[in-house]
Design a protein around this ligand. Structure first.
Ligand code: FA5
Length: 340
């Protein structure tokens, strides 16, 4: 390139710019001609080597060339940008949402399926569905449930404490006193809900899982009412005649406290689910302790009640044959799609 040929250089570059069709070509042009190492910069370097007279002659032409090329370059850039926008708008207008045949249908989570079913069963028995906060005070999780500060039962459940007074509930039993304070006997309710415990995770334990609490308070309520309710519930849930086995259990908020096993709904003589015993450990339950009724503002001389709490997560695993608890919170599509 010679300084003398500025006129033809300019025409040449303008032609090149005109022929450009996309951003990549435009960038190549910029690097080649307009960048610091580009041709125009080199021409300015050459200008420095000319004598004063020549500089005066050539300088203004070179400046014009630079301005002209830069201006054309900017126009081209704008033009390409507008074209890209138009193309994108066109694409949007022509987008046909019905075209894709590969769309996936969403499905309900197994917890939702199971909770819906459980709620239907209990509603048919006259229970109502209640709810409570997951962020709780220590009163509703412990003290109100007859578990004072130095009680060893506090150590049974590893708690996620938020501060001295607040925690993430470790059991849905927190809702017992809340509901006693809000409703008047006779009352019958269930609470399906999420709880958390600061525990190591394995195939059958998670730090976050679902429980199902049940509570009925009225006059003359006994263990017989509890067992009849549970047997009806489990028989409907597993669509099989379920028998119950009762063992003594300790929970400070019930007296007597019971551990209740159900006859295995999947076999007659023993299978891997019931570990060949024919029984499945299912829930804790009992007759509500008078101290707890007092905290709930219920006259314990007139009313009595039962409460039970079972692992809704465990029920889901049993009912749907889920081998590992961690699948339930895994967002694993292959797993979830089976429940559509
Ligand atoms: C309780 O939480 C009592 N609130 C139950 C209760 C209610 C008793 C009312 C009496 C009256 P427990 O800590 O045993 O009890 O837990 C109940 C169920 O939660 C267990 O049977 C088990 O199925 C489930 N569970 C406990 N820990 C875990 C865990 N880490 N992962 C999954 N499920 C769990």
């Amino acid at each position: 390139m010679k300084l003398k040929n500025l006129e033809s250089t300019q025409q040449d570059l303008l032609k090149k710019l005109q022929a450009i069709e996309n951003d990549a070509e435009l960038e190549t042009f910029r690097l080649e001609y307009l960048s610091r190492q580009g041709l125009i910069a080199q021409l300015f370097e050459q200008l420095k080597t000319l004598d004063a007279q020549e500089k005066r002659e050539v300088g203004p032409h070179l400046n014009d060339l630079k301005k002209e090329i830069q201006a054309s370059f900017d126009r081209k850039k704008e033009e390409l940008f507008t074209q890209t926008l138009e193309r994108a708008n066109q694409k949007k207008q022509n987008f046909d949402v019905t075209l894709s045949k590969k769309h996936r249908k969403g499905s309900l989570h197994p917890y939702t399926h199971l909770t819906n079913q459980i709620e239907d069963i209990f509603i048919s028995m006259g229970f109502q569905i209640a709810d409570g906060p997951e962020l709780e005070t220590e009163f509703f999780n412990f003290t109100g449930l007859n578990i004072p500060a130095n009680h060893p039962a506090r150590e049974d459940s590893d708690t996620f404490w938020i501060n001295d007074k607040h925690l993430i509930r470790t059991q849905t039993s927190t809702v017992q006193i809340r509901m006693m304070q809000n409703l008047k006997p006779p009352m019958a309710l269930i609470v399906p809900g999420r709880v958390m415990r600061n525990e190591a995770t394995d195939a059958s334990h998670d730090f976050m899982f679902m429980q199902l609490e049940g509570m009925l308070i009225a006059e003359k309520i006994s263990v017989a009412n509890l067992l009849a309710t549970l047997q009806t519930f489990l028989t409907k849930l597993f669509e099989k005649d379920v028998k119950l086995r009762v063992r003594p259990g300790y929970f400070p908020f019930v007296e007597p406290g019971l551990e209740i096993d159900a006859s295995c709904p999947f076999c007659n003589q023993g299978c891997s689910t019931c570990k060949k015993t024919g029984w499945i450990e299912l829930l804790g339950a009992g007759i509500i302790h008078p101290e707890v009724l007092k905290h709930g503002g219920i006259d314990h001389t007139k009313y009595s009640g039962f409460a039970f709490g079972c692992g809704l997560t465990r029920l889901a695993m049993l009912k749907y044959g889920i081998p590992d608890i961690r699948l339930l919170h895994s967002s694993n599509l292959k797993f979830l799609q089976q429940f559509s």
